[in-house]
Design a protein around this ligand. Structure first.
Ligand SMILES: [Cu+2]
Length: 598
């Protein structure tokens, strides 16, 4: 059903790890890391103008490469798309796959930021050498239900209060030190050493790669153990914010008591007692005008969660492996969807990566992110090790050092944390997993005969997104997909969108597939045509202020296998893609393509 009003881009051949095949590219050496100061201030520029576009594009370092290869102005969309891919190949070739360990990353105290929990290397003990947890499994329960257990809430509050009372500079278990761990690892205070990256030291971040899920599992594991130690209860388990269940789609009340140590006064006060909307940005009206009541918002939320969980491969779920050599980062659906939306919804400290760990609800939010991972491998029966994209052994050998409840620096690796049971905890499931049954259905309100051929084509890549201006592109599907009428779970079809963003800016855009021009407002998260959203949780904030961050290149994959099946377009050679910008002044889309992910 491709209409001629969309620009047509070629597909790439099916490739492993969702990346195009490698080929040598002249001029690749011109790729530089442009460093632009990131002030992390709200931008106040007006609606998009041509000048704004130029400004955004000038900050796009890949463009230097493109200009070096050919005149951008003289090339059409197809050539530009091809060149953008070729440039990606050059970047891929520089990917260094040294496993991230405490030997190759180091925290740098600078710009007012003090690295928390400094330790002497000779004091580090391996987690695997410590006695395994004994006693019953610690059971993490839904936070909205533990309110009825006054004894539990009292103990939890006592533990957090004791953490807050510990000496912030002398005890790595203090609440302030614990919060600073997240800031250190997500505001680019850690550097990958030159030896490991074979380049000058580069920034390290636990987001935008398959490190996201295991690192956060480690982080809240030790946080939980510290509380248990302080209150003298080794069975203590964090409550999880059950935001994937309709009854949990609100800030759990135990966090909204101003006299409790679980309180954070900086949260968005308009949201602390409202039903959470995973499709709404800060300060914005609901982006999707289809909802007028809470029940509808909750249904939309369930669709968002269905989409993040119904991905077939570890690469889609966890994102790319971390590459020290400059390959674009890639968050998985676990990170990019509900996780980011909940941070944004809470706002305040939670709304910026640098300060997120200062809000006690962070640890319950991430307990649910962790539970989503747990469910993906258990209830949904998926395999973390599908393919090689998440880094295989590099991933399992990735390790970090955290202080444990006994104030010992402990080296813990990804392979130590793949099974929650081996860490001695589990999740109590009280609510049914309603999202499991929320596979989106084709929109009923759109007129499919209303395509408007003849609308002049206007899109060439890279393109700077502007709120209020939708972008239309038609992409070709891999022959393997259309020739067999669709794709398989083993090699599912995905829509790959390459973006360059300002890491300090909140940014969001929705992606629609096969929606005739002008009918976008008739399609919402419950509809098949809504492929999903890309959303960036801003870096910055905190003591270091997020200074010195450059532009960030990311790749995100939108699942297409079920979408194509449900729209009955498995034999079509092309898909019409609409990008709907929602927030952000500095988002550049570098390429859009369809690949088979295996
Ligand atoms: Cu988070």
């Amino acid at each position: 059903m491709a209409s001629s009003s969309f620009i047509v881009l070629p597909s790439t051949a099916a490739a492993s790890a969702c990346l195009p095949p490698r080929k040598p590219v002249a001029g690749a050496g011109k790729q530089g890391r442009s460093r632009l100061l990131c002030k992390c201030e709200a931008t106040s520029r007006g609606a998009g103008t041509g000048d704004d576009d130029d400004l955004v594009l000038r900050r796009l370092d890949r463009r230097d490469v493109l200009l070096g290869l050919t005149g951008v102005g003289a090339t059409g969309a197809i050539n530009l798309g091809g060149l953008a891919l070729a440039t990606d190949d050059a970047v891929l070739a520089t990917c260094v796959t040294v496993p991230v360990t405490d030997k190759v990353i180091r925290c740098v105290s600078a710009d007012g930021f003090q690295c928390p929990g400094v330790y002497r290397p000779e004091d580090v003990v391996d987690f695997s050498a410590l006695p395994p947890p004994n006693g019953p499994l610690r059971v993490r329960r839904p936070a909205h239900l533990v309110a009825a257990d006054a004894e539990y809430v009292r103990k939890y509050e006592a533990g957090v209060r004791m953490m807050r009372d510990l000496d912030a500079s002398g005890d790595p278990r203090s609440f302030k030190s614990q919060a600073a761990i997240h800031e250190a690892y997500c505001n680019f205070h850690y550097k990958v050493t030159a030896a490991a990256s074979r380049t000058p030291e580069i920034d390290f971040d636990v987001h935008f790669s398959s490190i996201f899920a295991p690192w956060h599992r480690m982080y809240i594991y030790f946080f939980e153990r510290i509380i248990g130690e302080l209150i003298g209860d080794s069975t203590f388990a964090l409550p999880y914010w059950n935001w994937d269940a309709p009854d949990g789609m609100m800030l759990p009340p135990i966090f909204n008591n101003a006299s409790s140590p679980l309180y954070d006064a900086n949260r968005d006060q308009a949201h602390v007692t409202a039903v959470m909307d995973l499709n709404k940005g800060p300060g914005a009206e609901n982006d999707l005008p289809l909802c007028t009541d809470d029940a509808c918002v909750k249904e939309n939320n369930l669709s968002v969660i269905y989409r993040q969980m119904a991905v077939d491969t570890a690469l889609q779920f966890h994102g790319n492996k971390f590459c020290a050599g400059g390959t674009p980062g890639s968050p998985g659906s676990l990170e990019n969807a509900a996780h980011t939306a909940v941070h944004i919804w809470v706002g305040g400290d939670m709304g910026v990566l640098g300060t997120a760990g200062r809000d006690p609800v962070f640890y319950s939010h991430h307990a649910n992110v962790d539970r989503m991972w747990h469910l993906w491998t258990t209830a949904l029966g998926n395999d973390d090790f599908l393919g090689t994209g998440t880094g295989g052994d590099d991933w399992r050998d990735t390790s970090f050092v955290f202080y444990d409840e006994k104030r010992r620096p402990v080296r813990i690796s990804v392979r130590d944390v793949l099974d929650a049971g081996r860490l001695g905890y589990t999740y109590e499931e009280k609510e049914t997993l309603e999202w499991l049954d929320k596979r989106p259905k084709p929109a009923t309100g759109i007129d499919r005969s209303a395509a408007q051929p003849g609308v002049p084509a206007a899109l060439s890549f890279p393109v700077a997104l502007k709120k209020g201006r939708k972008e239309y592109v038609t992409v070709e599907r891999p022959e393997e997909a259309w020739a067999s009428g669709g794709s398989s779970k083993k090699a599912p079809e995905v829509l790959v969108v390459d973006v360059t963003i300002d890491p300090c800016e909140y940014a969001k855009f929705d992606v629609l597939v096969n929606v005739p021009k002008g009918q976008e407002a008739r399609v919402g998260p419950q509809d098949t045509e809504f492929a999903g959203s890309f959303e960036n949780l801003p870096h910055g904030g905190g003591d270091g202020g997020g200074r010195g961050m450059g532009r960030l290149k990311l790749t995100y994959r939108f699942a297409l296998r079920e979408l194509v099946e449900d729209l009955g377009c498995g034999q079509d050679r092309r898909l019409d893609v609409t990008l709907v910008p929602r927030a952000g002044e500095m988002v550049v889309v570098d390429a859009v393509r369809v690949e088979l992910c295996n």
